[in-house]
Design a protein around this ligand. Structure first.
Ligand SMILES: Nc1ncnc2c1ncn2[C@@H]1O[C@H](COP(=O)(O)OP(=O)(O)OP(=O)(O)O)[C@@H](O)[C@H]1O
Length: 598
């Protein structure tokens, strides 16, 4: 998997200011606590300056020879108090910031997930689910880490630089110039080093996100991977991907390590430089020893603050890359969007009309051409035809997961594009090839079908779907929790549950997609019975791969290459001896051959 168009690479970093400004909207509701944190940062920076001044004062007192101890004791008490208060405001600021980060990220994640839910299906065609997961979890986590830890360090460092510089200028201008020359020289070398490690870390995050997405894709398709004996290839591709990520990681860590080592050498350089020049000034009577000691303290605080900014530089870049990846998804506009002020779809009777419908997934590649049919309320429509003919596509556009190119689709006379899409979808129950169940209790899964459904209604529906007996055989009956979307049930049982769920929902329209594949004959019979109950009084569309499942349909549409090539009842189409007849006979012969073989 490669990074897609919306994920900025580390070599083309996202615009910082607009991204950060946009993120600040999530921090805005916490502005009171943020203002307090800024005040605490200023207090902490002032205390750092006071600490150095007090150290200078203590040195002056000690170097002035024997005398009363009281002044020194006062200075030591003040030093202790300054250290204590600094520690206290640090802890409180940290707590405030991590709470703000949690709250802001909670809102961001909610916005991201609810936006993803509004996106049309074609967005998911373009973007693997694994990569989206990586944006919801990894990227938001990186931002959270920076806000709760890195932001305090950055803010504190900036505040210290400003306040210490003012105090330094106020105490002694010559020493300030000297300290700045040394500190800025060291900072410049440090900057050169960080320039290489910062982007390396951003690239590392980018590629780690992609790697996670890749792993997620392969793992969620593990069954298919095993079935198609692709484990070897999957492992190889994963290993090649991991090796590339590891190489990027090594490079990033190595440059970080080098900067760390160099900064410890810097400390020695700083002390020596200040002692030599400052010592000469003191010995020539041009400055006091207390001032020199205070300036050594100031310079250390300055150097620490600058190196802190550089050490969190990689984190800042990571957070900004994370923000921009999240915002890129949030900027995706749904292709199938509700019109402004679109009304909710009223409760329908299930009259469905396709009027000269044309559709393409990709512009210029027509999948459905000129599809016209009318299903009266309660009618059962069978859709059949060779693979890739366009059967599922008819369902995708009826449920408005995609919008059509031309023509019209009307339900009870209302164009489905003129109403809110979710109010249309809740009126269509779907029983699909791969039953979708939540990892929750069986009862909860049934209740998801309709708000306010009672236990009695769910049990009645389960009985109608022939699911009641097997549910009672589960360890906790209706309270049994389905593991991992129902993997503790058989395929047939999962289908019976989805049928029961559709019975609970009881809408006027129904879609069935070959619901009886891969099950034994007895289960198939039970499922068929359940489906017949479900179809009662509903306009039903049954996608049939085995034509026997639509023999009872009021109307069968035979689709080929996106066109309805034949239509009629089973008897009419058999009599016609056309496309349907050939299809039916070839399946019939195939089944017969299978039975004879057995
Ligand atoms: N999301 C998509 N993006 C692009 N093309 C698609 C997409 N889904 C389906 N197609 C194409 O549209 C055509 C019709 O596909 P559709 O799934 O509707 O066929 P079908 O009759 O349901 O096939 P099957 O019986 O195999 O399920 C095919 O050529 C398919 O490749």
């Amino acid at each position: 998997m490669t990074a897609d168009t919306v994920s900025p690479g580390a070599d083309q970093l996202p615009p910082m200011i607009p991204t950060v400004r946009r993120f600040f909207r999530y921090m805005a509701p916490h502005r009171f606590r943020l203002a307090l944190v800024i005040v605490f940062m200023a207090v902490s920076a002032l205390l750092t300056a006071a600490f150095s001044l007090l150290m200078g004062e203590a040195t002056t007192l000690i170097s002035s020879g024997p005398g009363p101890l009281a002044p020194l004791e006062e200075v030591i008490a003040a030093l202790t108090a300054a250290a204590l208060v600094t520690w206290l405001v640090g802890v409180v600021s940290q707590k405030f910031l991590s709470d703000i980060a949690q709250d802001a990220l909670y809102s961001l994640r909610c916005d991201l997930v609810s936006h993803i839910q509004t996106l049309s299906l074609n967005f998911f065609d373009r973007r693997p689910i694994g990569e989206l997961m990586s944006r919801v979890t990894n990227d938001t986590q990186v931002i959270e880490q920076y806000i709760s830890i890195g932001a305090l360090q950055t803010g504190q460092a900036i505040m210290t630089i400003v306040i210490i510089s003012i105090v330094m200028l106020w105490v002694n201008v010559e020493f300030t110039v000297l300290a700045y020359i040394v500190v800025l020289g060291l900072v410049w070398v440090s900057w050169l080093l960080t320039k290489t490690s910062g982007p390396a870390f951003a690239l590392l995050q980018e590629k780690t996100g992609d790697l996670n997405g890749f792993a997620e894709e392969w793992l969620s398709g593990e069954k298919t991977v095993i079935a198609s004996r692709q484990q070897g290839e999957a492992a190889e591709r994963f290993s090649a991907f991991s090796t590339r990520v590891a190489a990027i990681g090594e490079k990033a860590q190595f440059s970080a390590l080098i900067s760390q080592q160099i900064s410890s050498i810097f400390t020695t350089v700083l002390i020596v430089a200040l002692l030599v020049v400052g010592g000469l000034l003191v010995m020539n009577g041009m400055a006091a020893i207390g001032t020199l000691i205070a300036f050594i303290g100031f310079s250390f605080s300055l150097l620490n603050s600058f190196t802190t900014i550089f050490s969190v530089y990689a984190q800042i870049l990571n957070a900004i890359v994370g923000m921009s990846r999240v915002f890129a998804v949030m900027d995706e506009t749904p292709v199938v969007a509700d019109l402004p002020e679109a009304p909710a779809m009223a409760s329908v009777t299930g009259d469905v009309e396709f009027d000269h419908v044309d559709f393409s997934y990709i512009k210029g590649r027509r999948v459905l051409s000129d599809n016209t049919f009318h299903a009266a309320p309660g009618q059962i429509f069978g859709l059949c035809g060779p693979t890739g003919a366009g059967k599922s596509t008819i369902i995708n556009i009826l449920t408005r997961y995609y919008d059509i190119e031309s023509g019209g689709i009307r339900v009870d006379g209302t164009d489905i594009r003129s109403v809110q899409q979710d109010t249309l979808r809740v009126q269509i129950a779907q029983v699909l090839q791969e039953p979708f169940l939540f990892s929750d209790t069986i009862m909860a899964n049934l209740k998801y079908a309709r708000e306010g459904a009672t236990n009695e209604e769910c049990i009645r529906a389960a009985k109608q779907a022939n699911a009641h007996e097997f549910i009672l055989r589960q360890p906790k009956g209706y309270d049994t929790v389905l593991v991992d979307g129902g993997t503790n049930l058989s395929q047939g049982q999962r289908q019976m549950l989805t049928i029961a769920r559709a019975i609970v929902a009881d809408p006027r329209m129904l879609i069935l997609d070959e619901a009886t594949s891969n099950v034994d004959t007895r289960t198939e019979k039970l499922i068929q019975e359940g489906l017949l109950t479900l179809q009662k009084d509903k306009t039903s569309f049954i996608i049939a791969h085995r034509l026997s499942t639509i023999r009872h349909a009021d109307q069968i549409l035979v689709i080929d290459k996106g066109r309805i090539v034949e239509r009629g009842t089973h008897a009419e189409l058999m009599e016609k001896k056309g496309f349907y007849y050939d299809l039916y006979m070839s399946q019939f012969r195939g089944r017969l051959a299978g039975i004879v073989k057995e």
